[in-house]
Write a protein of this length. Structure first.
Length: 117
């Protein structure tokens, strides 16, 4: 029977991203990363910086039908968590440079003309 390769590190990183983003403030972090494209960029950021683990599963079955046990050492998990925090900062900084959908808070005493400087 033919088998497919599955990146099991992806599941660990995705789960940790969800947990960590949930601990950040809603604005701007959760709002910005709610766009799936930027969330995928964050996951890719982390995956490209950690050793990935793979497993082979039967091609006729989905990953959810097979029990895949993922074991990460506490050191590996800490590395993933640190990379997620770094990725959030790096990507948020890049996002603000390129895409102005992350609005700064407008001060009540500012004039409309000063917004466009």
């Amino acid at each position: 029977m033919q088998k497919n390769l599955v990146n099991i590190t992806l599941g660990v990183v995705t789960e940790e991203v969800e947990i960590i983003l949930g601990s950040y403030p809603n604005h701007p972090h959760q709002q910005v990363f709610s766009h799936s494209g930027l969330r995928q960029d964050l996951i890719a950021y982390v995956l490209s910086r950690v050793p990935n683990k793979y497993t082979a599963i039967d091609s006729g079955e989905s990953v959810s039908n097979q029990t895949i046990q993922v074991r990460c050492s506490s050191e590996q998990l800490l590395q993933i968590e640190n990379l997620i925090h770094a990725g959030i900062c790096d990507l948020l900084h890049s996002y603000q440079k390129v895409d102005y959908r992350v609005w700064e808070e407008v001060k009540f005493d500012s004039r409309v003309a000063s917004w466009f400087r």
